[in-house]
Design a binder for this molecule. Structure first.
Ligand code: SAH
Length: 468
Protein backbone atom coordinates (compact mmCIF):
# COMPACT_ATOMS: atom_id res chain seq x y z
CA UNK A 1 0.00 0.00 0.00
CA UNK A 2 1.63 3.22 -1.09
CA UNK A 3 -0.93 5.45 0.66
CA UNK A 4 -3.05 4.99 3.75
CA UNK A 5 -6.64 6.04 3.05
CA UNK A 6 -8.03 8.06 5.95
CA UNK A 7 -10.99 10.39 6.47
CA UNK A 8 -9.87 13.62 8.05
CA UNK A 9 -11.99 15.88 10.24
CA UNK A 10 -11.17 19.42 9.09
CA UNK A 11 -14.22 21.23 10.54
CA UNK A 12 -13.14 24.79 11.49
CA UNK A 13 -9.51 23.95 10.87
CA UNK A 14 -7.36 26.47 9.02
CA UNK A 15 -6.07 25.17 5.68
CA UNK A 16 -3.90 26.83 3.09
CA UNK A 17 -4.16 26.78 -0.68
CA UNK A 18 -1.23 28.11 -2.69
CA UNK A 19 -2.37 29.29 -6.10
CA UNK A 20 -5.13 31.51 -7.40
CA UNK A 21 -6.46 29.85 -10.54
CA UNK A 22 -9.17 27.39 -11.51
CA UNK A 23 -7.50 24.39 -9.90
CA UNK A 24 -7.14 26.31 -6.66
CA UNK A 25 -10.82 27.18 -6.82
CA UNK A 26 -11.81 23.52 -7.14
CA UNK A 27 -9.68 22.53 -4.18
CA UNK A 28 -11.11 25.45 -2.26
CA UNK A 29 -14.61 24.18 -2.86
CA UNK A 30 -13.69 20.72 -1.64
CA UNK A 31 -12.07 22.00 1.54
CA UNK A 32 -15.02 24.28 2.25
CA UNK A 33 -17.40 21.34 1.80
CA UNK A 34 -15.37 19.57 4.48
CA UNK A 35 -15.85 22.61 6.76
CA UNK A 36 -12.27 23.87 6.70
CA UNK A 37 -11.42 27.57 7.01
CA UNK A 38 -9.39 28.28 3.92
CA UNK A 39 -6.70 30.83 3.21
CA UNK A 40 -5.69 31.29 -0.42
CA UNK A 41 -2.31 32.77 -1.14
CA UNK A 42 -1.15 33.81 -4.62
CA UNK A 43 0.21 36.91 -6.33
CA UNK A 44 -2.68 36.74 -8.78
CA UNK A 45 -6.14 35.57 -7.82
CA UNK A 46 -8.67 34.95 -10.58
CA UNK A 47 -11.98 36.82 -10.70
CA UNK A 48 -14.10 33.76 -10.02
CA UNK A 49 -12.15 33.01 -6.88
CA UNK A 50 -12.43 36.64 -5.80
CA UNK A 51 -16.18 36.61 -6.14
CA UNK A 52 -16.50 33.26 -4.34
CA UNK A 53 -14.58 34.72 -1.41
CA UNK A 54 -16.89 37.74 -1.24
CA UNK A 55 -19.88 35.60 -0.27
CA UNK A 56 -18.08 33.18 2.05
CA UNK A 57 -16.61 34.22 5.38
CA UNK A 58 -14.71 30.96 5.62
CA UNK A 59 -12.32 32.15 2.92
CA UNK A 60 -9.38 34.53 3.35
CA UNK A 61 -7.51 35.81 0.32
CA UNK A 62 -3.89 36.89 0.54
CA UNK A 63 -2.84 38.45 -2.73
CA UNK A 64 0.92 38.06 -2.39
CA UNK A 65 3.66 35.56 -3.30
CA UNK A 66 4.01 32.51 -1.11
CA UNK A 67 6.65 32.66 1.59
CA UNK A 68 7.74 29.89 3.90
CA UNK A 69 6.46 31.75 6.95
CA UNK A 70 2.96 31.83 5.47
CA UNK A 71 2.73 28.14 6.25
CA UNK A 72 2.69 28.54 10.00
CA UNK A 73 -0.43 27.44 11.84
CA UNK A 74 -2.21 25.51 9.10
CA UNK A 75 -3.57 21.99 9.46
CA UNK A 76 -3.19 21.12 5.79
CA UNK A 77 -1.73 22.61 2.63
CA UNK A 78 -2.52 22.20 -1.04
CA UNK A 79 -0.28 23.67 -3.71
CA UNK A 80 -2.38 24.33 -6.81
CA UNK A 81 0.15 26.12 -9.00
CA UNK A 82 1.90 24.99 -12.14
CA UNK A 83 5.16 26.60 -11.14
CA UNK A 84 7.64 23.94 -10.15
CA UNK A 85 9.79 26.29 -8.07
CA UNK A 86 6.79 27.38 -5.99
CA UNK A 87 5.64 23.76 -5.63
CA UNK A 88 9.07 22.73 -4.40
CA UNK A 89 9.14 25.58 -1.94
CA UNK A 90 5.70 24.69 -0.57
CA UNK A 91 6.66 21.04 -0.22
CA UNK A 92 9.83 21.90 1.62
CA UNK A 93 8.14 24.35 3.96
CA UNK A 94 5.37 21.86 4.73
CA UNK A 95 7.96 19.28 5.64
CA UNK A 96 9.70 21.75 7.92
CA UNK A 97 6.43 22.59 9.66
CA UNK A 98 5.26 18.97 9.62
CA UNK A 99 2.06 19.81 7.81
CA UNK A 100 0.39 17.35 5.41
CA UNK A 101 0.81 18.68 1.89
CA UNK A 102 -0.60 17.87 -1.51
CA UNK A 103 1.06 19.20 -4.65
CA UNK A 104 -1.60 18.89 -7.33
CA UNK A 105 0.71 18.92 -10.34
CA UNK A 106 3.56 16.94 -8.76
CA UNK A 107 1.92 14.52 -6.33
CA UNK A 108 5.20 12.82 -5.52
CA UNK A 109 6.51 16.01 -3.93
CA UNK A 110 3.74 15.96 -1.35
CA UNK A 111 2.69 13.36 1.20
CA UNK A 112 -1.01 13.03 0.54
CA UNK A 113 -3.20 12.84 -2.53
CA UNK A 114 -6.89 13.51 -2.94
CA UNK A 115 -9.07 10.63 -4.04
CA UNK A 116 -12.04 10.60 -6.38
CA UNK A 117 -15.01 10.93 -4.07
CA UNK A 118 -18.46 9.39 -4.16
CA UNK A 119 -20.39 11.46 -1.69
CA UNK A 120 -23.54 10.13 -0.08
CA UNK A 121 -22.81 11.81 3.21
CA UNK A 122 -22.50 10.48 5.79
CA UNK A 123 -21.50 7.61 3.48
CA UNK A 124 -18.41 8.39 1.46
CA UNK A 125 -16.30 6.34 -0.88
CA UNK A 126 -12.83 7.47 -1.82
CA UNK A 127 -11.12 5.97 -4.86
CA UNK A 128 -7.43 6.20 -5.52
CA UNK A 129 -5.06 4.65 -7.99
CA UNK A 130 -2.12 6.11 -6.07
CA UNK A 131 -1.78 8.62 -8.86
CA UNK A 132 -1.14 6.01 -11.53
CA UNK A 133 -4.29 6.68 -13.52
CA UNK A 134 -6.77 9.44 -12.72
CA UNK A 135 -8.89 8.26 -15.66
CA UNK A 136 -9.19 4.79 -14.18
CA UNK A 137 -10.18 6.29 -10.83
CA UNK A 138 -12.81 8.39 -12.57
CA UNK A 139 -14.21 5.40 -14.46
CA UNK A 140 -14.43 3.43 -11.26
CA UNK A 141 -16.08 6.34 -9.57
CA UNK A 142 -18.71 6.53 -12.30
CA UNK A 143 -19.49 2.87 -11.84
CA UNK A 144 -19.81 3.20 -8.10
CA UNK A 145 -21.95 6.30 -8.46
CA UNK A 146 -24.39 4.37 -10.60
CA UNK A 147 -24.53 1.53 -8.10
CA UNK A 148 -25.39 3.66 -5.11
CA UNK A 149 -28.86 5.12 -4.88
CA UNK A 150 -28.91 8.84 -4.22
CA UNK A 151 -30.57 8.31 -0.84
CA UNK A 152 -27.87 6.03 0.45
CA UNK A 153 -26.82 8.62 2.99
CA UNK A 154 -30.35 8.80 4.39
CA UNK A 155 -30.18 5.11 5.08
CA UNK A 156 -27.06 5.66 7.16
CA UNK A 157 -28.79 8.44 9.05
CA UNK A 158 -31.73 6.20 9.82
CA UNK A 159 -29.36 3.55 11.18
CA UNK A 160 -27.61 6.17 13.31
CA UNK A 161 -30.92 7.10 14.94
CA UNK A 162 -31.82 3.50 15.79
CA UNK A 163 -28.45 2.00 16.55
CA UNK A 164 -28.57 2.69 20.26
CA UNK A 165 -32.06 1.29 20.61
CA UNK A 166 -31.21 -1.86 18.69
CA UNK A 167 -28.03 -2.32 20.73
CA UNK A 168 -30.09 -2.16 23.92
CA UNK A 169 -32.68 -4.61 22.73
CA UNK A 170 -30.49 -7.13 20.94
CA UNK A 171 -27.87 -8.48 23.32
CA UNK A 172 -25.08 -9.89 21.19
CA UNK A 173 -22.96 -8.40 18.45
CA UNK A 174 -23.70 -11.17 15.90
CA UNK A 175 -27.42 -10.74 16.59
CA UNK A 176 -27.21 -7.03 15.92
CA UNK A 177 -25.09 -7.47 12.86
CA UNK A 178 -27.52 -9.95 11.42
CA UNK A 179 -30.41 -7.68 12.20
CA UNK A 180 -28.86 -4.74 10.41
CA UNK A 181 -27.68 -6.77 7.48
CA UNK A 182 -31.15 -8.06 6.97
CA UNK A 183 -32.77 -4.64 7.25
CA UNK A 184 -30.18 -2.84 5.16
CA UNK A 185 -30.58 -5.27 2.32
CA UNK A 186 -34.31 -5.58 2.56
CA UNK A 187 -37.51 -3.61 2.73
CA UNK A 188 -36.25 -0.77 4.93
CA UNK A 189 -33.46 0.04 2.51
CA UNK A 190 -35.74 -0.15 -0.49
CA UNK A 191 -38.20 2.25 1.12
CA UNK A 192 -35.48 4.78 1.89
CA UNK A 193 -34.08 4.53 -1.64
CA UNK A 194 -37.47 5.21 -3.15
CA UNK A 195 -37.91 8.29 -0.98
CA UNK A 196 -40.42 6.87 1.52
CA UNK A 197 -38.60 7.81 4.70
CA UNK A 198 -41.65 7.57 6.99
CA UNK A 199 -42.64 4.14 5.76
CA UNK A 200 -39.04 2.99 6.11
CA UNK A 201 -38.92 4.08 9.73
CA UNK A 202 -42.20 2.37 10.43
CA UNK A 203 -40.94 -0.84 8.86
CA UNK A 204 -37.76 -0.66 10.89
CA UNK A 205 -39.67 -0.28 14.15
CA UNK A 206 -41.74 -3.29 13.27
CA UNK A 207 -38.62 -5.35 12.59
CA UNK A 208 -37.14 -4.34 15.94
CA UNK A 209 -40.30 -5.50 17.71
CA UNK A 210 -40.14 -8.82 15.92
CA UNK A 211 -36.44 -9.32 16.53
CA UNK A 212 -36.73 -8.78 20.28
CA UNK A 213 -39.40 -11.43 20.54
CA UNK A 214 -37.29 -13.97 18.70
CA UNK A 215 -35.55 -16.67 20.71
CA UNK A 216 -32.50 -18.73 19.75
CA UNK A 217 -30.27 -17.39 16.97
CA UNK A 218 -29.99 -19.79 14.07
CA UNK A 219 -26.89 -20.07 11.99
CA UNK A 220 -26.64 -21.26 8.45
CA UNK A 221 -24.09 -22.47 5.96
CA UNK A 222 -23.32 -21.08 2.53
CA UNK A 223 -21.58 -23.57 0.29
CA UNK A 224 -20.05 -21.26 -2.27
CA UNK A 225 -18.05 -21.90 -5.41
CA UNK A 226 -15.21 -19.42 -5.69
CA UNK A 227 -14.41 -20.15 -9.32
CA UNK A 228 -11.04 -21.09 -10.77
CA UNK A 229 -8.96 -18.19 -9.48
CA UNK A 230 -9.72 -14.87 -11.14
CA UNK A 231 -11.83 -12.91 -8.59
CA UNK A 232 -13.75 -11.31 -11.46
CA UNK A 233 -15.36 -14.68 -12.09
CA UNK A 234 -17.20 -14.73 -8.77
CA UNK A 235 -20.97 -14.48 -8.90
CA UNK A 236 -22.76 -11.54 -7.27
CA UNK A 237 -24.31 -13.87 -4.77
CA UNK A 238 -20.98 -15.45 -3.89
CA UNK A 239 -19.58 -12.01 -3.20
CA UNK A 240 -22.55 -10.91 -1.13
CA UNK A 241 -22.42 -14.01 1.06
CA UNK A 242 -18.64 -13.78 1.34
CA UNK A 243 -19.10 -10.35 2.77
CA UNK A 244 -21.66 -11.28 5.35
CA UNK A 245 -20.39 -14.61 6.69
CA UNK A 246 -19.02 -14.66 10.25
CA UNK A 247 -16.61 -17.50 9.64
CA UNK A 248 -14.95 -18.80 6.49
CA UNK A 249 -13.72 -22.33 5.87
CA UNK A 250 -11.59 -22.40 2.76
CA UNK A 251 -9.19 -24.72 1.04
CA UNK A 252 -6.05 -24.54 -1.02
CA UNK A 253 -7.76 -23.85 -4.32
CA UNK A 254 -9.29 -20.59 -3.14
CA UNK A 255 -6.97 -17.93 -4.49
CA UNK A 256 -5.60 -15.33 -2.03
CA UNK A 257 -7.23 -12.33 -3.79
CA UNK A 258 -10.60 -14.06 -3.46
CA UNK A 259 -10.06 -14.79 0.20
CA UNK A 260 -9.24 -11.12 0.67
CA UNK A 261 -12.76 -10.32 -0.45
CA UNK A 262 -14.37 -12.05 2.50
CA UNK A 263 -15.43 -9.88 5.42
CA UNK A 264 -12.39 -8.38 7.05
CA UNK A 265 -13.30 -9.40 10.58
CA UNK A 266 -14.58 -12.85 9.69
CA UNK A 267 -12.73 -15.75 11.23
CA UNK A 268 -10.83 -17.64 8.52
CA UNK A 269 -10.14 -21.32 8.91
CA UNK A 270 -7.90 -23.21 6.50
CA UNK A 271 -9.12 -26.73 5.93
CA UNK A 272 -7.07 -27.16 2.78
CA UNK A 273 -6.61 -30.36 1.01
CA UNK A 274 -3.45 -31.14 -0.85
CA UNK A 275 -3.28 -34.30 -2.89
CA UNK A 276 -2.95 -37.28 -0.54
CA UNK A 277 -2.34 -34.93 2.34
CA UNK A 278 -5.62 -33.91 3.86
CA UNK A 279 -5.00 -30.99 6.22
CA UNK A 280 -8.36 -31.60 7.87
CA UNK A 281 -10.09 -34.92 7.24
CA UNK A 282 -13.38 -34.60 5.37
CA UNK A 283 -15.39 -35.98 8.28
CA UNK A 284 -14.00 -33.29 10.51
CA UNK A 285 -14.89 -30.54 8.02
CA UNK A 286 -18.45 -31.82 7.86
CA UNK A 287 -18.68 -31.82 11.65
CA UNK A 288 -17.10 -28.40 11.92
CA UNK A 289 -19.74 -26.91 9.63
CA UNK A 290 -22.49 -28.33 11.79
CA UNK A 291 -20.89 -27.21 15.03
CA UNK A 292 -20.24 -23.65 13.86
CA UNK A 293 -23.74 -23.21 12.45
CA UNK A 294 -25.23 -24.42 15.72
CA UNK A 295 -23.56 -21.56 17.55
CA UNK A 296 -25.62 -19.17 15.44
CA UNK A 297 -22.86 -18.26 13.00
CA UNK A 298 -23.25 -17.72 9.30
CA UNK A 299 -20.66 -20.09 7.96
CA UNK A 300 -19.13 -19.73 4.53
CA UNK A 301 -17.72 -22.90 3.06
CA UNK A 302 -15.69 -21.52 0.21
CA UNK A 303 -14.48 -23.98 -2.40
CA UNK A 304 -12.48 -23.61 -5.58
CA UNK A 305 -14.42 -23.86 -8.83
CA UNK A 306 -17.89 -25.26 -8.40
CA UNK A 307 -18.73 -26.93 -5.10
CA UNK A 308 -20.52 -29.84 -6.76
CA UNK A 309 -17.75 -30.61 -9.23
CA UNK A 310 -15.16 -32.98 -7.72
CA UNK A 311 -15.46 -30.91 -4.59
CA UNK A 312 -17.21 -33.21 -2.13
CA UNK A 313 -19.71 -30.44 -1.62
CA UNK A 314 -22.49 -33.00 -1.60
CA UNK A 315 -20.97 -34.78 1.37
CA UNK A 316 -20.60 -31.58 3.32
CA UNK A 317 -24.18 -30.49 2.97
CA UNK A 318 -25.41 -34.07 3.40
CA UNK A 319 -24.34 -33.84 7.00
CA UNK A 320 -26.00 -30.43 7.34
CA UNK A 321 -29.24 -31.69 5.89
CA UNK A 322 -29.24 -34.57 8.38
CA UNK A 323 -28.63 -32.19 11.24
CA UNK A 324 -31.46 -29.89 10.16
CA UNK A 325 -29.22 -26.90 9.51
CA UNK A 326 -30.24 -24.56 6.75
CA UNK A 327 -27.84 -24.01 3.91
CA UNK A 328 -27.64 -22.70 0.40
CA UNK A 329 -25.39 -23.68 -2.49
CA UNK A 330 -23.91 -21.11 -4.84
CA UNK A 331 -22.47 -22.48 -8.06
CA UNK A 332 -19.08 -21.34 -9.22
CA UNK A 333 -17.27 -21.49 -12.52
CA UNK A 334 -15.66 -24.88 -12.60
CA UNK A 335 -12.04 -25.26 -13.68
CA UNK A 336 -13.03 -26.85 -16.97
CA UNK A 337 -15.12 -23.85 -18.00
CA UNK A 338 -12.61 -21.31 -16.68
CA UNK A 339 -9.52 -22.94 -18.18
CA UNK A 340 -11.22 -23.63 -21.50
CA UNK A 341 -12.35 -20.03 -21.86
CA UNK A 342 -9.05 -18.49 -20.80
CA UNK A 343 -7.01 -20.90 -22.93
CA UNK A 344 -9.14 -20.33 -26.02
CA UNK A 345 -10.12 -23.98 -26.22
CA UNK A 346 -13.89 -24.35 -26.72
CA UNK A 347 -15.00 -27.57 -25.02
CA UNK A 348 -17.46 -28.30 -27.78
CA UNK A 349 -17.34 -27.20 -31.40
CA UNK A 350 -19.54 -28.17 -34.31
CA UNK A 351 -16.58 -29.38 -36.34
CA UNK A 352 -14.63 -31.13 -33.60
CA UNK A 353 -16.61 -32.26 -30.59
CA UNK A 354 -20.30 -32.82 -29.92
CA UNK A 355 -19.85 -33.94 -26.36
CA UNK A 356 -17.61 -33.28 -23.45
CA UNK A 357 -16.83 -35.42 -20.47
CA UNK A 358 -15.28 -34.46 -17.12
CA UNK A 359 -13.31 -37.05 -15.17
CA UNK A 360 -10.86 -37.15 -12.30
CA UNK A 361 -7.40 -38.48 -13.02
CA UNK A 362 -6.64 -38.91 -9.36
CA UNK A 363 -4.42 -41.92 -8.76
CA UNK A 364 -5.56 -44.56 -6.32
CA UNK A 365 -2.77 -46.86 -5.21
CA UNK A 366 -0.72 -45.70 -8.19
CA UNK A 367 -3.27 -46.53 -10.86
CA UNK A 368 -6.21 -44.89 -12.54
CA UNK A 369 -9.52 -46.59 -12.78
CA UNK A 370 -11.65 -44.98 -15.48
CA UNK A 371 -14.15 -46.13 -18.07
CA UNK A 372 -11.69 -45.97 -20.97
CA UNK A 373 -14.21 -47.13 -23.51
CA UNK A 374 -16.32 -44.05 -22.94
CA UNK A 375 -13.32 -41.75 -22.81
CA UNK A 376 -12.05 -42.84 -26.19
CA UNK A 377 -15.19 -42.10 -28.18
CA UNK A 378 -14.70 -39.96 -31.32
CA UNK A 379 -15.82 -36.32 -31.59
CA UNK A 380 -15.56 -35.84 -27.85
CA UNK A 381 -13.54 -33.62 -25.53
CA UNK A 382 -12.20 -35.18 -22.37
CA UNK A 383 -11.39 -32.90 -19.45
CA UNK A 384 -9.31 -34.39 -16.70
CA UNK A 385 -9.24 -32.87 -13.23
CA UNK A 386 -6.39 -33.80 -10.87
CA UNK A 387 -4.51 -35.34 -13.73
CA UNK A 388 -0.96 -34.00 -13.33
CA UNK A 389 0.77 -36.79 -11.45
CA UNK A 390 -0.97 -39.48 -13.45
CA UNK A 391 -0.48 -37.79 -16.81
CA UNK A 392 1.85 -40.42 -18.37
CA UNK A 393 -0.55 -43.22 -17.39
CA UNK A 394 -3.56 -41.26 -18.56
CA UNK A 395 -2.10 -40.61 -21.98
CA UNK A 396 -0.82 -44.12 -22.51
CA UNK A 397 -4.13 -45.65 -21.39
CA UNK A 398 -6.07 -43.42 -23.78
CA UNK A 399 -3.78 -44.50 -26.63
CA UNK A 400 -4.00 -48.13 -25.59
CA UNK A 401 -7.79 -47.94 -25.64
CA UNK A 402 -8.00 -46.53 -29.14
CA UNK A 403 -7.20 -42.85 -29.35
CA UNK A 404 -4.52 -41.91 -31.87
CA UNK A 405 -1.14 -40.95 -30.47
CA UNK A 406 -1.41 -37.59 -32.23
CA UNK A 407 -4.75 -36.69 -30.62
CA UNK A 408 -4.29 -33.07 -29.54
CA UNK A 409 -3.93 -32.58 -25.79
CA UNK A 410 -3.31 -29.58 -23.54
CA UNK A 411 -2.44 -28.97 -19.94
CA UNK A 412 -3.53 -25.68 -18.41
CA UNK A 413 -1.63 -24.56 -15.36
CA UNK A 414 -3.37 -22.26 -12.84
CA UNK A 415 -6.02 -21.30 -15.31
CA UNK A 416 -7.55 -17.78 -15.29
CA UNK A 417 -4.80 -16.40 -13.04
CA UNK A 418 -1.73 -14.36 -13.91
CA UNK A 419 0.24 -17.62 -13.64
CA UNK A 420 -1.81 -19.33 -16.32
CA UNK A 421 0.31 -21.29 -18.70
CA UNK A 422 -0.89 -23.52 -21.51
CA UNK A 423 1.11 -26.55 -22.68
CA UNK A 424 -0.08 -28.12 -25.90
CA UNK A 425 0.96 -31.19 -27.80
CA UNK A 426 -0.61 -34.58 -28.25
CA UNK A 427 -1.17 -37.73 -26.23
CA UNK A 428 2.24 -38.97 -27.35
CA UNK A 429 4.36 -35.99 -26.36
CA UNK A 430 2.46 -34.00 -23.72
CA UNK A 431 3.83 -35.95 -20.71
CA UNK A 432 7.45 -35.23 -21.75
CA UNK A 433 6.71 -31.60 -22.47
CA UNK A 434 5.18 -31.19 -19.04
CA UNK A 435 7.97 -33.05 -17.34
CA UNK A 436 10.58 -30.77 -18.91
CA UNK A 437 9.00 -27.69 -17.37
CA UNK A 438 8.36 -26.87 -13.75
CA UNK A 439 4.59 -27.03 -13.86
CA UNK A 440 2.67 -25.75 -10.88
CA UNK A 441 -0.63 -27.11 -9.57
CA UNK A 442 -3.52 -26.86 -10.04
CA UNK A 443 -3.57 -28.08 -13.60
CA UNK A 444 -6.27 -29.30 -15.93
CA UNK A 445 -5.86 -31.61 -18.91
CA UNK A 446 -7.95 -31.24 -22.04
CA UNK A 447 -7.88 -33.95 -24.69
CA UNK A 448 -9.49 -33.76 -28.14
CA UNK A 449 -9.41 -32.00 -31.49
CA UNK A 450 -10.67 -28.75 -29.93
CA UNK A 451 -7.17 -28.25 -28.50
CA UNK A 452 -6.03 -27.37 -32.03
CA UNK A 453 -8.11 -24.19 -31.78
CA UNK A 454 -5.90 -22.80 -29.03
CA UNK A 455 -3.41 -21.43 -31.50
CA UNK A 456 -6.08 -19.40 -33.27
CA UNK A 457 -8.32 -18.50 -30.34
CA UNK A 458 -6.00 -17.86 -27.44
CA UNK A 459 -6.51 -14.36 -26.14
CA UNK A 460 -5.39 -14.39 -22.50
CA UNK A 461 -1.61 -14.22 -22.45
CA UNK A 462 -0.55 -14.26 -18.81
CA UNK A 463 2.49 -16.47 -19.51
CA UNK A 464 3.67 -17.64 -22.92
CA UNK A 465 2.21 -20.92 -24.13
CA UNK A 466 4.48 -23.92 -24.61
CA UNK A 467 4.08 -26.18 -27.62
CA UNK A 468 5.60 -29.62 -28.13
N1 SAH B 1 -14.49 -27.98 -7.53
C1 SAH B 1 -13.38 -27.68 -8.38
C2 SAH B 1 -12.49 -28.88 -8.63
C3 SAH B 1 -11.84 -29.43 -7.41
S1 SAH B 1 -10.77 -30.76 -7.78
C4 SAH B 1 -13.87 -27.08 -9.69
O1 SAH B 1 -15.06 -27.10 -9.96
O2 SAH B 1 -13.06 -26.58 -10.46
C5 SAH B 1 -9.23 -29.92 -7.96
C6 SAH B 1 -8.77 -29.92 -9.38
O3 SAH B 1 -9.43 -28.92 -10.12
C7 SAH B 1 -7.31 -29.61 -9.57
O4 SAH B 1 -6.50 -30.74 -9.35
C8 SAH B 1 -7.27 -29.17 -11.01
O5 SAH B 1 -7.32 -30.28 -11.87
C9 SAH B 1 -8.59 -28.46 -11.14
N2 SAH B 1 -8.44 -27.00 -11.02
C10 SAH B 1 -9.02 -26.21 -10.13
N3 SAH B 1 -8.70 -24.93 -10.35
C11 SAH B 1 -7.89 -24.91 -11.43
C12 SAH B 1 -7.21 -23.90 -12.16
N4 SAH B 1 -7.32 -22.61 -11.80
N5 SAH B 1 -6.46 -24.24 -13.21
C13 SAH B 1 -6.34 -25.52 -13.57
N6 SAH B 1 -6.96 -26.53 -12.93
C14 SAH B 1 -7.72 -26.23 -11.87
Amino acid sequence: MKYLPIFLDLQHNPCLIVGGGEVARRKLRLLRQAGALVTVIAPRICDLLQSTAKTDEGITLLQQPFTTQAMDGFALVIAATNQTDVNAKVAEAARAYNIPVNIVDQPRLGNFILPSIIDRSPVQIAVSTAGTSPVLARLLRTRLESMLPANYGQLAELVARYRGKVAQLLGTVPERRRFWERELQGRVAELVFSGQAKAAEHSLQKSIDQATRQTEPTGEVYLVGAGPGDPDLLTFRALRLMQQADVVLYDRLVSPPILEMTRRDAERIYVGKERANHAVPQEQINDMLVRLAKTGKRVLRLKGGDPFMFGRGGEEIGKLAKSGISFQVVPGITAAAGCAAYAGIPLTHRDHAQSCIFVTGHLRDGSINLNWKILTQPQQTVVIYMGLSGLPQLCSQLIEHGLAQDTPAALVQQGTTSNQRVFTGNLGNLPDLVQNHSVKAPTLVIVGDVVKLHQQLSWFHAQPSQHA
